[in-house]
Ligand binder design. Structure first.
Ligand SMILES: [Zn+2]
Ligand SMILES: [Zn+2]
Length: 306
């Protein structure tokens, strides 16, 4: 007699239950439980090996409300909330992009977990918004402007909250794309730039550094029930989109490529650390910067110099 398994799902490589994910780079099929364990083990390993969280730390999670930061807040909350020697809080930056990611949504996510939450807005801090900057300057550079100003403001807000760590939801794909973009631009300065520590700069941690984007998205869905469909209305102009497409195509045939790029980036920045020059402080805004303060440069370009 022939038995036909009509559903015939792929089975978890570890426990034979139905799999929800196939990892091309590891060859493993994983069920829900083993997928969650696998992702969390990767994040915990980086936190442990890099000593990213220490007793007495206040960890500020940059929470946009998108899938990466929502997943990160859930993960760090579950990892740290029972520790008395570590505090977790969430910071949301309101860039002022109408119709995109209402910051009150991020606030709800944080409050749902009982995590203290603060919002820092471009309007309040810079006196302008991304909508206004785009109206004045067009949207060709809006992502790079927005990125610089958001990083700057996150650091200011984290320091104001006495945070000792700033946790960012960057995933493996983001990091690999950044390295490849620097290679394609021939930007050796950025490739060799040491990650810190620098005075005035709250040290950044990226627990999902070795987790692929699609796995972070799946994790966000499983732990929060949310599917991220938000897309910044100005993001179509980002240089990153082309690099992302190219890398996704290439990595399909060579599944270890993202890991290789991230490792390359880390190795180069470690070598750069040996010859790192001194740190500047911006004369206008007082924030740490490289020779020219990009935030102040952008603000004066868009006619909002302080
Ligand atoms: Zn399993
Ligand atoms: Zn400045």
């Amino acid at each position: 007699m022939i038995k036909v398994d009509l559903i015939s799902p792929m089975r978890c490589s570890k426990c034979r239950r139905p799999a929800i994910l196939f990892q091309r780079y590891s060859g493993l099929h994983l069920c829900r439980e083993h997928f969650l364990a696998d992702l969390e083990a990767k994040a915990k390993r980086d936190i442990r090996v890099r000593r990213w969280v220490r007793p007495g730390d206040t960890v500020a999670v940059a929470l946009s409300g998108g899938k990466d930061s929502t997943a990160l807040l859930h993960f760090l909350h579950s990892l740290l909330s029972r520790r008395r020697d570590v505090q977790v809080l969430a910071i949301t930056v309101d860039e002022g992009i109408s119709g995109y990611r209402d910051p009150t949504e991020a606030k709800r996510i944080a409050e749902g977990l009982g995590v203290p939450h603060v919002t820092a807005s471009f309007r309040e801090h810079y006196g302008t918004t991304i909508d206004e900057i785009v109206a004045k300057k067009g949207d060709a550079l809006s992502c790079s402007y927005c990125g610089v100003l958001r990083r700057h403001l996150l650091n200011v807000a984290a320091r104001e909250q006495h945070a000792t760590r700033l946790a960012l939801g960057f995933n493996l794909d983001d990091e690999a794309q950044s390295v490849l973009m620097n290679v394609l631009r021939g930007d050796s300065g950025r490739l060799l730039r040491a990650p810190g520590p620098r005075e005035g700069l709250v040290p950044r941690i990226k627990p999902f550094l070795h987790v692929p984007e699609r796995e972070v998205a799946l994790y966000a869905y499983l732990v929060s029930g949310r599917i991220d469909t938000g897309r910044c209305p100005y993001s179509h102009n980002a240089l990153r989109a082309g690099v992302r497409r190219m890398l996704n195509g290439y990595a399909w045939d060579h599944p270890g490529t993202r890991h290789a790029l991230v490792n390359l980036g880390e190795e180069l920045s470690e070598r750069g650390a040996a010859r790192e020059g001194f740190v500047h402080t911006c004369e206008r805004c007082g924030e740490p910067c490289s020779d020219v303060c990009r935030s102040c440069q952008i603000l004066s370009e868009v006619g909002h110099g302080t």
